[in-house]
Design a protein around this ligand. Structure first.
Ligand SMILES: Nc1ncnc2c1ncn2[C@@H]1O[C@H](COP(=O)(O)OP(=O)(O)OP(=O)(O)O)[C@@H](O)[C@H]1O
Ligand SMILES: [Mg+2]
Length: 446
């Protein structure tokens, strides 16, 4: 254990150093805070014992400075006998212990060992947490619920293959993370992963973006590679594929079948080796039925289908995500990690998360950034998440509204509150399960 001892009085410094060394510590010494700052630079110091009163830079100033610089090494401050104010001040500034002078060697040793023990526990805890996170996180996808574990298993299975994968799921469920994970799990992981978002791409640019173009293909055109060529030997992720127009659908189908592309304006074909992954938040099968999406392309894409489950169907993951996101966001913003009130976790677990994981992450980020408190409490949550939706729920009755409308809303809101449980809803509203089921059908509340 490397200790830095800061003490201006020569004889105390020498005797303390001798004592520490006799107990097996390796000791570096400094005469004041300023000199000590230099000693910290090589990064080997694990514990600091510092006198309070010293010329140039006092122990308190030194402590304040290193904590401001984000240095977390434990510090023991030596204060004058009876100087309780300084002792309190030191503790507030982040000292681990204080010792009143004259220093009693046994006391010093006890406190040093106490710190060593504490540090060991903290690092063990950190290690265990990391191990636990590994078990509950797969390629950055957080989750341990049964539905998400199914997704992990499927990713591992298809990662090694070359099959096209269609990833379906509501917005914010992590479809892009799934695509990246598939790429990372397979033999193409060191090759490019290229993304094209069909929703963000103007229709007219689509073909040349995807397939490239040659000089003179249109006014001002120079030779340009398309994304298929950029992704050669790697993976091309076609996001929001449901937005693809029918004429481009045909062209994409041809590429998949022939494994060749033709740049816009070119006559020669180029063979390509690209793994395709596609994602959509629409139900592509319905799009096929309604004639918006070609069935032949759909079958080509849907060789393997992965459904990213909505957050409300994997509530077990919410507490875990809250913890990991809080840690990540605090770290990104150079803040000490905040704690979250258990009640907050409860409320967030029961919220319906229409925007899924994206909404959860954004909410946590806005709370952390906007609040200076160390603990996130219920009153930091926005009203709609807390369940106070006055327009909608508690105040839904307006004089003159029909009884049928009233009944419909009563059933709807009760169902929502009781997690869609029909028996509980029937019980709460004082009618039979059959009646509730009939009314759900009549009012089309499914
Ligand atoms: N299981 C998860 N663990 C950690 N972060 C997640 C998880 N799922 C989603 N996220 C995060 O939520 C955000 C949205 O994820 P992503 O972009 O993959 O969703 P998406 O399904 O593609 O959404 P959209 O349909 O709106 O494009 C990202 O910040 C992503 O990192
Ligand atoms: Mg996406």
């Amino acid at each position: 254990m490397n200790v830095l001892l800061i003490e201006d009085d020569d004889s105390s410094r020498k005797s303390m150093k001798r004592f520490m060394e006799s107990k097996g510590f390796s000791v570096t010494t400094s005469k004041n805070g300023k000199e000590a700052l230099g000693e910290l630079e090589n990064g080997e110091i694990q514990l600091i014992v510092s006198d309070k009163k010293m010329p140039q830079m006092s122990g308190i100033e030194f402590l304040k400075k290193i904590r401001e610089d984000g240095i977390k090494i434990p510090v023991i401050i030596l204060t004058a006998f009876g100087d309780i104010d300084s002792a309190v001040n030191a503790m507030q500034l982040g000292a681990s212990h204080y010792i009143q002078k004259p220093v009693h060697p046994d006391d010093l040793l006890l406190k040093m060992n106490d710190i060593i023990e504490r540090e060991k526990l903290t690092s063990e805890l950190q290690y265990l947490r990391k191990e636990l996170d590994k078990a509950t996180c797969f390629n950055e996808i957080i989750g341990k619920s049964a539905p998400i574990r199914k997704v992990f298993d499927k990713i591992k299975m298809v990662g090694a293959a070359k099959s096209t994968v269609l990833i379906q799921g509501e917005s914010g469920t992590g479809k892009e993370l799934v695509a990246r994970a598939i790429h990372k799990c397979g033999p193409r992981k060191s090759k490019p992963f290229v993304v094209i978002n069909c929703a963000a791409m103007p229709e007219t640019l689509f073909e040349s973006e995807l397939f490239g173009h040659v000089k003179g293909a249109f006014t001002g055109a120079v030779d340009k590679k398309g994304l298929f060529e950029e992704a050669n030997y790697g993976t091309l992720f076609i996001d929001e594929i449901g937005e693809l127009k029918r004429d481009v659908q045909v062209k994409l189908l041809r590429v998949i079948e022939n494994k060749t592309i033709t740049r816009v304006g070119a006559t020669v074909e180029k063979s390509i080796d690209v793994r395709l992954l596609a994602a959509t938040n629409r139900c592509l099968e319905n799009e096929v039925k309604s004639g918006n999406f070609r069935s032949d392309l759909f079958y080509r894409l849907n060789v393997v289908c992965i459904n990213a489950p909505p957050l409300r169907e994997r509530k077990e993951d919410i507490a875990l995500m809250i913890r990991v996101f809080t840690e990540q966001i605090c770290e990104e913003n150079n803040m000490a990690v905040k704690t979250v009130d258990p009640q907050v976790v409860d409320i967030l677990t029961n919220y319906s998360w229409p925007g899924n994981v994206r909404e959860l992450r954004n909410l946590i980020e806005s709370i952390i950034v906007l609040s200076s408190k160390e603990r996130i409490a219920v009153d930091d949550l926005p009203a709609n998440v807390r369940g106070e939706t006055p327009d909608d729920e508690t105040l839904f009755f307006k004089p003159g509204m029909s009884l049928a409308e009233l009944e419909k809303k009563a059933i709807l809101f009760t169902l929502k509150r009781l997690n869609e449980n029909r028996s509980k809803t029937a019980e709460a509203l004082g009618v039979s399960l059959r009646t509730i089921q009939r009314k759900i059908n009549d009012y089309e509340l499914q």
